[in-house]
Design a protein around this ligand. Structure first.
Ligand SMILES: [Zn+2]
Ligand SMILES: [Zn+2]
Length: 249
């Protein structure tokens, strides 16, 4: 079984449908032996999202290492149209270390009547956005896209394709596509991250269903960026503003 050392998509009470504080999440991450934790609450326009200064103040408030865990100040931004624009404010983009871009089908205007071609264009748009690190839980059948075309573009642009373990529990209709997405990443050598999408401290590092699927398809460990500290650091050095804050390793 793979050894995952960082959980890079998690929610705190700042997303008001999640139930732990950053401090509680950090303790849990430490107790579970993780090296790093990304706090990625929903952007402000999401129902129950945090207020306007939450993200711009996050990095300057939370220490780089807290409870011995490297904390990435992040956001889970929403894709808001078929061109792949995000609800990410410029100041937040400037100050955050880690951006997950996801589609949430919560009735925002801009994503009505999705089809295969529109969703392909959407993700090709996101692939070109330099602010984005992770393509969040993109296995929705309703927003299915051309994996053969888009996944190599994710790889070419330094985007990590997320295999979201939470999807196996709460988005069961995504499972088949998640497997296909992972197979396509394997085929084209595109890197991924495995995340819990925890909404409570006990869910941190809950990677089991995702890892089981990756084992079934013999997914190469070297393409899982959060499967070693060295791989994670190599990615951060190249693609995250946190690089300038990190101690030399
Ligand atoms: Zn999400
Ligand atoms: Zn999430």
């Amino acid at each position: 079984m793979y050894n995952i050392i960082a959980d890079l998509h998690t929610h705190t009470i700042a997303s008001t449908h999640a139930y732990s504080t950053i401090a509680e999440m950090a303790v849990s991450a430490r107790d579970k032996g993780l090296y790093a934790l990304a706090i990625t609450d929903h952007a402000s326009p999401m129902p129950g999202g945090p207020g306007p200064w939450y993200f711009s103040n996050l990095r300057s408030s939370v220490p780089l290492f807290y409870k011995d865990v490297l904390i990435l100040a992040g956001i889970e931004a929403d894709v808001i149209d078929f061109e792949g624009h995000l609800d990410l404010e410029p100041i937040d983009e400037e100050r955050l270390d880690w951006v997950v871009a996801s589609i949430h089908d919560v009735g925002f205007p801009g994503l009505e009547n999705p089809d295969f071609d529109k969703c392909t264009a959407l993700w090709l748009g996101v692939a070109k956005n330099p602010a984005v690190n992770v393509i969040g839980h993109s296995g929705s059948p309703k927003f299915a896209y051309d994996y053969e075309k888009v996944i190599p573009a994710f790889g070419a642009n330094g985007k990590l394709v997320e295999i979201n373990s939470h999807s196996f529990d709460v988005r069961a209709d995504n499972i088949k596509n998640c497997r296909q997405i992972a197979l396509t990443c394997k085929k084209y050598g595109v890197s991924i991250v495995v995340d819990s999408d925890a909404h409570f401290e006990t869910q941190i590092a809950d990677f089991h269903p995702a890892l089981q699927m990756l084992e079934e398809i013999s997914f190469p460990e070297e393409l899982i960026v959060n499967s070693s500290k060295e791989r994670l650091h190599a990615y951060l050095e190249k693609h995250s503003k946190i690089a300038k804050l990190l101690p030399n390793t």
